[in-house]
Design a protein around this ligand. Structure first.
Ligand code: PEP
Ligand code: MN
Length: 344
């Protein structure tokens, strides 16, 4: 249920509606728009019924009561009345007219590789540096990431380049060390439906980049985002990274329709990962241009100084020496959608 307050509603009137909702056992989520305040009454079916029986329509300051039709509530565009969420990661804005280029290696391998890549992507206009210390690998025999040593190198890369860090959390037991370094916690495609992990990241309050599961629908992605939002963490970015389809000519099918459709369904920023969808370097530029022109709020892309020697995902990594040209092209495509690169 969504309670839209009148423009003239006073703080006391808003407070009284919040109190009634909470007394009915539901969560009252206040969203302050440019003109009006919207209070989301979030709860299960029973709590919804209790809120409905409050007769809030007649309350002072209430304009109207509208049901939220989607199964996700806080992620729904309805709750923000058309306003978009803009994240602020140490001064880098993501969403609205701001476009974030997030770049770095698939996995942290060495100090040299990490620091070189961070400098290159920073000079080319990247807003954030990505790199995995804990890697979700299909084979249990493949390199699983440097773990704590990788986190230490990420911290050094941030110190040197000034770029905020995006890194993946796979296991709740690593939450504390990951939070020491991550400005944005990445939830990988394989963990999109790891609900206790999502709730934990929600409780941490740290901005999250939530990847779409390999075979997940947009509704399932938005329900996963809801798990984070529900814990009081509003800083969620959605990420399209390619899904499984019947097509076998490439690794995954990058679902670019997800960009405008997610932006219709939700107020959250939408990021595109062309690297994991393609699995091939030559496809990364055209997919990036298409994503940026389609209105994505950012791109997360893999870069390596020497992809032939990369431990992980080398064939899809952009070559660091060519990254500045790539970034300039993406910048022009983002401009087509009315967006500018965000930097500090
Ligand atoms: C990654 O970003 O390196 C990664 C493993 O991504 P995904 O979870 O989308 O496969
Ligand atoms: Mn990768």
């Amino acid at each position: 249920m969504m309670i839209v307050m009148k423009e003239s509603a006073t703080e006391d009137e808003i407070g009284s509606v919040v109190e009634k909702i909470e007394r009915a056992g539901a969560l009252a989520h206040r969203s302050q728009g440019a003109r009006v305040t919207i209070i989301g009454a979030i709860g299960d079916v029973e709590q919804d019924a209790s809120v409905e029986s409050l007769g809030l329509e007649g309350q002072p300051g209430v304009d109207r009561v509208v049901p939220i039709l989607k199964p996700y509530k806080l992620a729904s565009s309805q709750i923000r009345h058309g306003e978009r969420t803009v994240l602020d990661i140490e001064g880098r804005k993501i969403g609205g007219e701001h476009f974030a280029l997030i770049a770095g290696p698939c996995t942290i391998e060495t100090r040299e590789q990490t620091l070189t890549t961070a400098e290159v992507v920073k000079d080319a206009g990247a807003a954030l540096f990505r790199g995995g210390a804990y890697k979700p690998r299909t084979s249990p025999y493949a390199f699983q990431g440097l773990g704590q040593e990788g986190l230490r190198l990420l911290a050094e890369a941030k110190e040197q380049s000034g770029l905020p860090i995006v890194t993946e959390l796979m296991d709740m037991r690593d939450l504390e060390p990951v939070l020491e370094v991550a400005d944005v916690v990445q939830i990988g495609a394989r963990n999109m439906q790891n609900y206790p992990l999502l709730a934990e990241v929600g409780r941490s309050g740290r901005p999250a980049l939530l990847k779409r599961g390999l075979s997940s629908t947009l509704d399932e992605l938005l329900m996963a985002a809801e798990y984070i939002l529900k814990e009081g963490n509003p800083n969620v970015m959605l990420c399209e990274r390619g899904i499984r389809t019947f097509e076998t000519a490439y690794r995954f099918t990058l679902d670019l329709m997800a960009v405008p459709v997610l932006k219709e369904l939700s107020h959250l920023p939408v990021i595109v990962d062309p690297s994991h969808a393609a699995g091939r370097r030559d496809l990364v530029l055209p997919l990036s241009l298409a994503a940026a022109a389609a209105g994505a709020d950012g791109i997360i892309v893999e870069v390596h100084p020497n992809p032939d020697e990369a431990i992980c995902d080398g064939p899809q990594a952009l070559i660091a020496d060519e990254f500045a040209d790539y970034a300039a092209a993406v910048q022009s495509a983002a401009a087509l959608a009315g967006k500018a690169f965000t930097t500090a």
